[in-house]
Design a protein around this ligand. Structure first.
Ligand SMILES: Cc1cc2nc3c(=O)[nH]c(=O)nc-3n(C[C@H](O)[C@H](O)[C@H](O)COP(=O)(O)OP(=O)(O)OC[C@H]3O[C@@H](n4cnc5c(N)ncnc54)[C@H](O)[C@@H]3O)c2cc1C
Length: 487
């Protein structure tokens, strides 16, 4: 039986007097954003890096295990573990914006909405932001965030100059491409497995007066046309900052649109409804879209009547970036009335052209056979990178992501079964899962997908956290790593 950490037990740290008194702690039931994964953990929320170091030391001393956490938007078990859960959410200061050099220094618990609002008047912006303003900076860096800008500008990690990592050994390491480079490429996207990121320095993109985003929408009746254009327009963007494709995948239809977007100083208007996060009808629409029969009809209507070829919209930058926040608001609203609003997202990433054949020959027939339809499927052509947990590790290609919200009754189990089958087919075509999302797949399938980087991950874990203070059931499942439970 483990002894609970007592406030008075925590080791005093140099520079602080009584770090324990500032740590509120309580045992809480945690769940994933999807709603299907749970943990029961004692939550500690340090209000300083010194208090965090004290928690690491004392937990190690008592043989406890922990995972790190921030806003809790993870869809799978990325931020769940049953013993201790250390939340970085109180370290949320925006420390410095350098408008000469175009850099930002920020604490990990800062929310993207606060960061974007602070940057907007300066004429600088981070190139990659998540689609909800309530997600933390440390949380997205630990999953190496992707946005619709990523096909052109890369993942979030590409824009990080340096971060500070507090390892469970108690070392504070500066990590960059020049210093502790192996940890730089592991901890970005590493789901908090090697320690806590305590400060991040981003290189910003200069926008000056371009505080709106212009989006040009083209629609296509065939998947092949979409994938051809997506690849070509991503490789030669011709001034566009984003190329992405929402695909409609339903009974007997396979079509979609390509959105090309760029920052602009043009005045706003016309506005695109999905980019209007505060529109009074957004929450209602999100609620109705949870029913497949409704969403299929709406998508077909939008495609037919409201997405004429070459239509252009100009939206405020924050509306464009945080377009998915209506999902969170709808969920808060329905849960207030005791109605759960689960969400499953799973992404499949392939080298080169692989995603096209996967969608046409594997996913669409399987979805049709099981009569399970995603709310939305989207495709991006993502560049290769060097991050150890990335599905694009050393290879560029199409990523295909599906979001499911109609999960009533036995639909969750049926959807899960379909996704597990699709994971096997993804592996057979040389693909990998996008680890930021859900990962419904067998352990053998996951291990085979990520075998290439398993050894360096194990070696770095041994260096940074030899006593395995930090546990991640998610990372251990993906890479088939030893759990060291009971050690
Ligand atoms: C509505 C919604 C919209 C989303 N939009 C996008 C999007 O546009 N792009 C995208 O890429 N993803 C998106 N996601 C996924 C989301 O960005 C990731 O799940 C992200 O990791 C969540 O961060 P969080 O702040 O909620 O942290 P949590 O979910 O609490 O934690 C996320 C992971 O980071 C680790 N972690 C957190 N803080 C630290 C730290 N300081 N040091 C080390 N490890 C840490 C945790 O251990 C965990 O593994 C979205 C998810 C939802 C539900």
């Amino acid at each position: 039986m483990q002894q609970p950490i007592k406030r008075d037990d925590l080791l005093p740290t140099k520079g602080t007097t009584t770090p324990l008194q500032e740590i509120p702690s309580k045992r809480t039931r945690l769940r994933s954003y999807s709603g299907f994964h749970h943990a029961e953990a004692e939550i500690l929320t340090p209000s300083s890096v010194e208090a965090l170091a004290a928690i690491f030391a004392q937990a190690q001393h008592q043989g406890r295990r922990m995972s790190l956490r921030a806003s809790g938007f993870s869809l799978d078990t990325q931020a769940l573990h049953d013993d201790l859960s250390v939340s970085l959410s109180a370290l949320r200061q925006i420390k410095h914006i350098d408008t000469q050099e175009g850099t930002l220094v920020v604490e990990p618990g800062a929310l993207w909405g606060d960061v974007a609002r602070a940057l907007l008047p300066t004429g600088w912006m981070t190139p990659i932001m998540p689609s909800s303003p309530m997600i933390s900076v440390g949380g997205t860096l630990s999953s190496n965030g992707v946005s619709r800008m990523s096909p052109i500008h890369g993942r979030e990690g590409e824009h990080v100059l340096q971060f500070r990592l507090l390892t469970p050994r108690g070392e504070m390491l500066a990590c960059s491409r020049q210093q502790n480079a192996d940890l730089f490429y592991a901890a970005i996207g590493g789901f908090g497995y090697f320690g806590a990121i305590t400060e991040i320095t981003y290189k910003l993109q200069r926008l000056d007066q371009r505080r709106n985003v212009e989006t040009l929408i083209d629609k296509f009746d065939q998947y092949d046309d979409i994938f051809d254009r997506l690849r070509d327009w991503t490789r030669s963007p011709d001034g566009w900052d984003s190329v992405s494709a929402p695909l409609l995948c339903g009974p007997h239809y396979q079509r979609g649109m390509i959105f090309r977007s760029r920052y602009t100083d043009k005045p706003t208007g016309p506005l695109y409804f999905p980019h209007r996060q505060h529109h009074p009808l957004r929450v209602l629409t999100e609620m109705l879209m949870r029913h497949s029969w409704f969403s299929q009809r709406i998508w077909r209507m939008i495609y037919r009547f409201f997405a004429p070829r070459n239509q252009t919209f100009v939206d405020p930058l924050l509306g464009y970036s945080f377009f998915f926040d209506a999902q969170r608001k709808m969920r808060r609203f329905t849960e207030f009335f005791g109605i759960p609003s689960p969400l499953i997202q799973q992404g499949f990433v392939f080298e080169g052209e692989g995603g096209r054949a996967f969608l046409k020959e594997e996913a669409a027939p399987l979805l049709q056979a099981h009569q399970i339809w995603p709310l939305l499927t989207d495709a991006l052509y993502l560049p290769a990178d060097a991050f150890l947990f990335s599905p694009n590790y050393q290879r560029a290609g199409f990523a295909v992501t599906m979001a499911f919200v109609d999960l009533r009754g036995d639909r969750f189990e049926r959807t899960r079964a379909v996704l597990e089958q699709l994971s096997e087919r993804c592996l057979a075509r040389g693909g990998r899962l996008w680890l930021t999302k859900n990962a419904f797949a067998s352990p053998a399938c996951l291990r085979a997908m990520f075998e290439a980087t398993r050894s360096p991950i194990m070696r770095l874990k041994q260096q940074a956290d030899p006593h395995h203070l930090i546990r991640s059931p998610f990372v251990e499942k993906i890479f088939a790593l030893p759990t060291h439970e009971g050690v």
